[in-house]
Design a protein around this ligand. Structure first.
Ligand SMILES: *Cc1c(COP(=O)(O)O)cnc(C)c1O
Length: 399
């Protein structure tokens, strides 16, 4: 099948949830590069939306998957699973969590975290505590309850009535948050850097104040680390950049390096909310997916990729800041580690995004005004130089 045939077949048989996609299909990948069916190389500065943390075809991940596939793919939750126990230990040993639970996606991890919060208060005989505060412009997933948690009307409209009990407040505004806290508040759930919402980081002082409010009012603090987790922000977990621990955090995206796996991670006092029968999964935490998680974490450790994300991310931000001095079209550069957003004058981001694609760079575009990059954690300073030079060229061309 050539590209036109692939597109025609997609249009005829695949549900139209993604509209006209970028007209390319990839055949294989290596390192930070993807190669299209028509033989062109693209530098992947999106990592499949923060998923391909080790880039493509990383030898350690590939060999771990090959080995595991030959041994065993799946057994079910009826039996003990070595890789599941090991991955849970690994995540708990390297974070503030005491227990983990695995599922298949980000939305499912958040859905599970919300169930855990509700169950925790149910078990404490405080079922009135059922309201969850999230932020405007947040993104927490596509299931009905995580759509309710997501503070963006456009994702909610067709699905009303939604799961009740979610309240949305503006980011980094402690006074408005305080106004919405009452005896029924069960949890505050937030992203440390809003990803899909436009790359908006949380303020450290705000987060410290949120933590204090949670402690004073018996409220569970939940971080959605589905995008910020696993090295993305220059620490293994985003909260480590802030020094403010959550009670629960969720992971997915980068954890499997391309294999679907999500996780709910929690401190013991809240994890006890789940007792046998309260929650479950068929595929979640199977030997294959957990071996991917283990291989990703091992490669990150062996190759110093968290440190790399920090230093190369810092370097990329500095380069973008100096580009901003040169081009008034760049309004703001923001983000943490290798999670960066470049806000541009109205409409420009979409044009730049298309130009960069023509020149072999995959980037993201939010609301037509924010260009987003999420390169793999293996990206080098030389790769960043290549991107910055191309970006500069593109801006000059459209001026
Ligand atoms: C991507 C994302 C999700 C949803 O993850 P899926 O695997 O698509 O369900 C939830 N929260 C955040 C912060 C995300 O970036």
């Amino acid at each position: 099948m050539n590209l036109n045939e692939i597109i025609a077949t997609d249009k005829a048989y695949y549900m139209n949830t993604f509209g006209d996609r970028t007209p390319v299909c990839f055949e294989y990948g290596k390192g930070i590069s993807l190669y299209s069916t028509d033989g062109k190389e693209y530098k992947d500065f999106m990592s499949g939306i923060a998923v391909s943390s080790l880039g493509h075809s990383h030898p350690k991940l590939v060999s771990a998957l090959k080995e595991q596939a030959q041994m065993l793919l799946h057994t079910s939750s009826l039996y003990y699973i070595k890789q599941q126990a090991m991955l849970a230990k690994e995540l708990c040993d390297s974070s503030c969590a005491d227990k983990a639970f695995f599922c298949n996606s980000g939305a499912e991890a958040n859905e599970g975290a919300i169930k855990l919060v509700k169950n925790y208060f149910y078990k404490k005989d405080m079922p009135h505590k059922s309201e969850i505060i999230t932020l405007i412009n947040s993104f927490h997933g596509r299931t009905l309850t995580t759509v309710a948690a997501t503070g963006q009307e456009k994702y909610q409209k067709p699905y009303k009535p939604l799961t009740p009990g979610f309240i949305h407040v503006p980011i980094n505004d402690i006074n408005i948050l305080k106004q919405h806290i009452n005896n029924n508040t069960a949890a505050i759930m937030l992203e440390l850097v809003q990803g899909e919402g436009g790359v908006y980081p949380i303020d450290t002082e705000y987060l410290k104040e949120v933590k204090r409010l949670c402690e004073d009012n018996e409220i569970i603090l939940v971080y959605d680390e589905i995008q910020t987790g696993i090295g993305r922000t220059g620490k293994l977990f985003g909260y480590q950049s802030y020094g403010v621990e959550p009670d629960i955090f969720t992971l997915a995206k980068g954890l499997g390096g391309g294999i679907p796996i999500g996780a709910i991670c929690a401190k013991d006092f809240v994890a006890v909310g789940f007792v046998p029968g309260d929650h479950g999964t068929t595929f979640g935490g199977n030997p294959f997916c957990c071996s991917a998680g283990l291989a990703v974490l091992a490669a990150i450790k062996d190759e110093g990729l968290v440190e790399n994300a920090y230093t190369v991310g810092q370097y990329a931000k500095e380069c973008l800041e100096s580009l901003k001095l040169e081009f008034p079209e760049i309004i703001e550069v923001r983000g943490l580690g290798l999670m960066l957003g470049i806000e541009l004058t109205e409409g420009l981001a979409a044009t730049l995004h298309a130009k960069l694609f023509e020149k072999g760079y995959l980037t993201g575009c939010i609301a037509g005004k924010i260009l987003r990059i999420l390169p793999p954690l293996i990206v080098t300073k030389a790769d960043i130089d290549g991107f910055i030079n191309t970006l500069k060229l593109c801006i000059k061309e459209i001026k």
